[in-house]
Design a protein around this ligand. Structure first.
Ligand code: ADP
Length: 793
């Protein structure tokens, strides 16, 4: 039985502090628990009180035990749980004013003056209505004598912040919603499995995915898996889609056909396109007569633990939501927390809700151009990428005049990273579509330099589309990778080979060595005319340490692998005794991977090369662990994790730290070290790495195409002819190599000078409850404890 409502609301907290309640509403989505954990802990860290409302708006309307105060320990271990642990429900009562009136009363009676709601556009529409009505609701509560004027006095202004939790990614104004990348991951995993069987039996598969008004999942799955055909609500295929679909299969002579259909797919006249219709067409005996099967993915798309990205996104947005609550004044419009490329932002909720509704209206009115415009730029970019990569050899209208055709060399430099093959496939597809000749350089600069013409397989050869078409989801590097730089191979020799093969442009994919290679080539341009061609680098490395970008392809795959590894290890502890695991991550001299993985798994401490490790710091962390285990009465038996980057210290490594902890624990708890090693490169690349690889690779070749005039003078004069593509804040940019090399690169440490994620380290510490520990003397500026008070926190 629910306890009776308190008769009087508790007095407001001091000053600007608030009682902040967290709620999940609408459809559940992976990552919601990470958001709850972040909101609860950040609220407590700031001195506020934290509450959770169970079962969405239903709980707010019912009140009583549906509204519960939370403490720090209650959300322990929530990062790795799927769904939402505080429940969600559809609530009919909240659609009506009387329901919202009761909800308002329950808020006041519990003294709650801020509400953070994580849900889809429906839930946020409800939230917006609630806030707009708030003054009249509390007035009515007084008028009807349910509350007194005195009781409502501190609640005149309602603070609401929205977090978008939805697997569909259907909210305007944000590039990603909490849960969408986990769902996409699940879809791609299943499509990859289906592809194997389709190819074995030479079959066609029609796969239906979620998305009534939004084709994001279908489109992204199409890009990530290299599907042959995609149907989305926002952009129906051309009227002759039937002929087009049949011609793709016939012309290219593939063994398998994969078609992905969003639930809400329709043709240009608004008639639904069902998987059955597509199947009938593909299986038609007088047509392709393909053995065709339908698979509807259904609810598996929602399930499971959140991927690394959703955990980070939910955590950082949860932190930002609490900050937004504390910054709010009666004049601030209700915000929701968005992400644009790599930047977390606050945006007006009303506008986003309106824009989202506009998309549905535009689809209904069959104004598809408007529907596409209302989605974010990444969506239309992805759509164009998809069309480019599937129109290969079919769409003659995209070809450039022959005088503009280029011989574009593609080379992989460094160590394998997820998405390298997807990027290559996309670049090759784009080249074919435009009439360029894409040329593979096998095994990096070493392969090029040491190749002899009498070898059976050349180090330099033209790509063949049928071979490349199957690379969308492949890990590793299909053309071979090598760390050697052209300087090491011999620049004169390399320049002579560039002349011999008549390259008109160079596309490099790789990590820090690739960056170094491009820098050397650029500097040698003055000396060698054959090197005076446009060149661009797509950063690809698990370490994410390439200057000029905040994101390298492959880093997301690595984080997913690490998170999976850490979850498994943490689980293993629950079966035995209480344990601390010290896990060594890769990352070179950049603590990015360790820190971001720490954020996604809730590490009790993260050791990075930027900060270093000192004896005082270790002692403080060990003391904290001892205290934590002492106080832990065993509610959660899962282990605790410490992450240490491989180069965090020359002396203290994972094993030594684990031994020190064991020695100090005096058998009250245990410790173990663990090194995942090359597992971190990942098997199958993550959908984020694959889709971003496609989008960025196409942009790179488009960029090279701009340099029709490739005279030596132009190349030497224009800094944009030699660039690195990157995501910086909210934009995708081509940065001139010269500038990045000279201003942004910490050469001795092989990483960018200003690492954008520095502040995230403090958030990991705060959310895991790490106390203030002494920082080593060698810590970089920006890593000292006093900086905890900056920026995001
Ligand atoms: P989602 O948030 O995933 O889009 P729904 O559209 O089902 O899911 O919304 C979840 C809940 O939010 C609904 O059950 C209802 O309680 C509330 N809600 C949705 N739309 C509105 C609205 N227009 N007015 C008031 N409440 C709403």
């Amino acid at each position: 039985m629910a306890p009776p409502h308190p008769a009087n609301p508790p007095p407001p907290l001091e000053g600007k502090l608030r009682r902040i309640a967290m709620m999940t509403s609408g459809g559940d989505a992976p990552g919601m628990n990470a958001a709850i954990r972040a909101v609860v802990r950040m609220a407590l860290e700031k001195g506020c009180e934290a509450y959770c409302i169970y079962e969405g708006y239903e709980g707010l309307v019912q009140g009583g035990s549906f509204i519960r105060k939370f403490d720090w320990e209650q959300v322990r271990g929530w990062l790795s749980e799927g769904g939402t642990l505080i429940g969600t429900a559809r609530c009919m009562a909240f659609y009506e004013r009387p329901g919202r009136l009761t909800a308002a009363k329950n808020m006041v009676l519990n003294g709650i003056d801020a509400l953070i709601i994580c849900g889809g556009d429906g839930s946020l529409t409800g939230a917006d209505k609630f806030r707009a009505e708030w003054p009249s609701l509390i007035k009515e509560l007084v008028d009807t004598k349910q509350l007194t004027a005195e009781q409502i006095e501190p609640f005149k202004h309602l603070n609401i912040v929205g977090l978008v939790g939805s697997i569909d990614n259907d909210m305007s104004g944000t590039d990603a919603t909490i849960g969408c990348f986990s769902a996409l991951g699940r879809i791609c995993e299943l499509v990859d499995y289906i592809e194997a069987t389709a190819s074995s039996h030479s079959r066609a598969f029609v796969i239906e995915v979620m998305g009534r008004h939004c084709g994001w999942l279908a489109l992204m799955a199409g890009v990530a898996t290299g599907a042959d055909f995609v149907f989305i609500p926002e952009k129906p295929r051309a009227e002759n889609w039937r002929e087009e679909m049949c011609s793709i299969h016939r012309k290219i002579g593939k063994r398998k056909t994969i078609v992905i259909v969003a639930e809400g797919a329709a043709d240009q006249d608004g008639n639904k396109i069902s998987p059955e219709m597509i199947k009938d067409l593909l299986a038609d005996k007088d047509g392709l007569a393909l053995d065709t099967r339908i698979t509807t993915l259904g609810h598996v798309q929602r399930g499971g633990s959140a991927c690394a990205y959703d955990r980070q996104l939910a955590t950082l947005q949860g932190v930002e939501a609490v900050n937004a609550v504390l910054d709010a004044t009666p004049e601030t419009p209700t915000p929701f927390i968005a992400i644009n490329e790599n930047k977390i932002t606050r945006k007006p909720l009303v506008q986003a809700v309106l824009d989202t509704k506009e998309v549905s209206k535009a689809i209904e009115a069959r104004d598809f151009d408007r529907a596409m415009k209302l989605r974010d730029t990444e969506f239309s970019d992805m759509y164009n990428s998809y069309m480019t990569t599937t129109a290969t050899q079919l769409n003659q209208s995209m070809k450039l005049p022959s005088r503009r055709h280029m011989r574009i060399a593609i080379i992989h430099v460094g160590a394998p990273a997820g998405g390298v093959n997807a990027a290559t496939r996309a670049a090759v597809a784009y080249c074919f579509t435009r009439g360029h000749t894409p040329i593979a350089i096998h095994n990096g600069f070493a392969g090029l330099a040491r190749h002899h013409d009498d070898q059976p397989v050349g180090a330099v050869r033209e790509f063949d589309w049928l071979e490349v078409d199957g690379w969308a989801s492949k890990g590793g590097s299909e053309i071979g990778m090598n760390r050697e730089t052209p300087g090491e191979s011999g620049m004169e020799h390399i320049a002579s080979l560039f002349a011999k093969y008549k390259f008109d442009g160079l596309f490099i994919i790789g990590g820090f060595e690739a960056f170094q290679s491009l820098s050397q080539l650029r500097q040698a341009q003055e000396k060698y005319s054959s090197l005076c061609i446009p060149m661009t680098l797509l950063p690809a490395t698990i370490s994410n340490n390439v200057p000029g970008t905040e994101y390298s392809i492959g880093s997301d795959t690595c984080l997913n692998e690490l998170v999976r590894y850490c979850d498994t290890i943490k689980q293993s502890a629950s079966a035995s005794r209480r344990r601390v695991f010290v896990i060594e991550t890769q990352g070179g001299r950049s603590g990015y991977v360790a820190t971001l993985a720490g954020l996604a798994v809730g590490a009790v401490a993260v050791y990075t090369p930027e900060e270093g490790i000192s004896i005082a710091m270790l002692a403080a962390d060990i003391a904290h662990l001892k205290k934590a285990f002492q106080q832990d009465s065993g509610q959660s038996r899962a282990g605790r994790l410490i992450l240490i980057n491989e180069k965090a210290s020359k002396v203290y490594n994972a094993k030594l730290i684990a031994d020190m902890i064991r020695e100090e624990a005096h058998e009250r708890f245990e410790s173990r070290d663990s090194i995942p090693g090359h597992v971190q490169q990942g098997g199958t690349p993550s959908p984020m790495d694959r889709t971003r690889a496609v989008r960025l690779a196409i942009k790179c070749i488009e960029h090279l195409e701009n340099y029709e005039d490739r005279s030596d003078a132009t190349i030497l004069k224009d800094p944009q002819t030699c660039t690195v593509i990157g995501i910086k804040g909210a934009s995708v940019v081509f940065s001139p190599m010269k500038e990045v090399e000279e201003k942004e690169t910490d050469w001795p440490n092989r990483r960018p000078k200003d690492e954008f994620w520095v502040e995230l380290k403090h958030i990991v510490d705060i959310l895991s409850g790490r106390p203030e520990v002494p920082r080593p003397e060698s810590s970089l500026k920006g890593w000292k404890a006093k900086d905890r008070k900056r920026g995001l926190i």
